[in-house]
Design a protein around this ligand. Sequence first.
Ligand code: HEM
Length: 187
Amino acid sequence: MTSRLFSFAGGDTGAWRVTSVRAVVGEPIAQAARLLVVADAVAGSEPPSGRVLRGITSNERYVVRSEKEQLLAKQQGLGRPEATCAVLIPIRKSPAWWALTQDERRAVFEEQSHHTRIGLSYLPAVARRLHHCRDLSGNEPFDFLTWFEFAPEHEGAFNHMLAELRATPEWAYVEREVDIRLVRDGG
Ligand code: HEM
């Protein structure tokens, strides 16, 4: 069975070398030399371990059919040989976000912030996977682990997308965000 659970373990092993760790908003996290990404649980991932973050892929909450079709038509998978840059961005949203109803969240996410529309314009250069954390336990440090891969020449475009997204009304609900840059050098 394919695991929906992914673990991101900071340490001295793993295919990805950490090039920078920056707390964008809120508390920083521990620095590590390398990142090991495992499609499963790993020892020591029970919170409050600072070294391992974990999340599960899930069904979509916000996309409508026409957006889903555009995503399916444009998106590429992870693991492309040329995509040697990755970014892991763990995010926690505020209690105010979680107090909204589903339709209110969709309104902020897409009608006001155009999250999917912005993201779509950076496909297929950037490949992505979204992991959810909230339902794993009551004390996960983040709500989402977002993972992106792209070729080095697309880093500028990726940074431009980040600036666009961080300026949206959706980001007013982000209370913790860490930007972890990585390069794949085999380890
Ligand atoms: C590569 C371009 C991107 C595309 C195509 C994209 C697309 C999407 C889509 C379609 C969803 C909603 C999934 C659903 O219906 O549940 C989503 C959710 C999300 N994305 Fe993006 N995104 C992109 C970039 C980013 C970036 C750069 C970040 C972080 C800085 C990010 C953070 C998130 C988060 C945290 C969620 C979950 C929101 C929530 O459920 O409250 N995305 N994204």
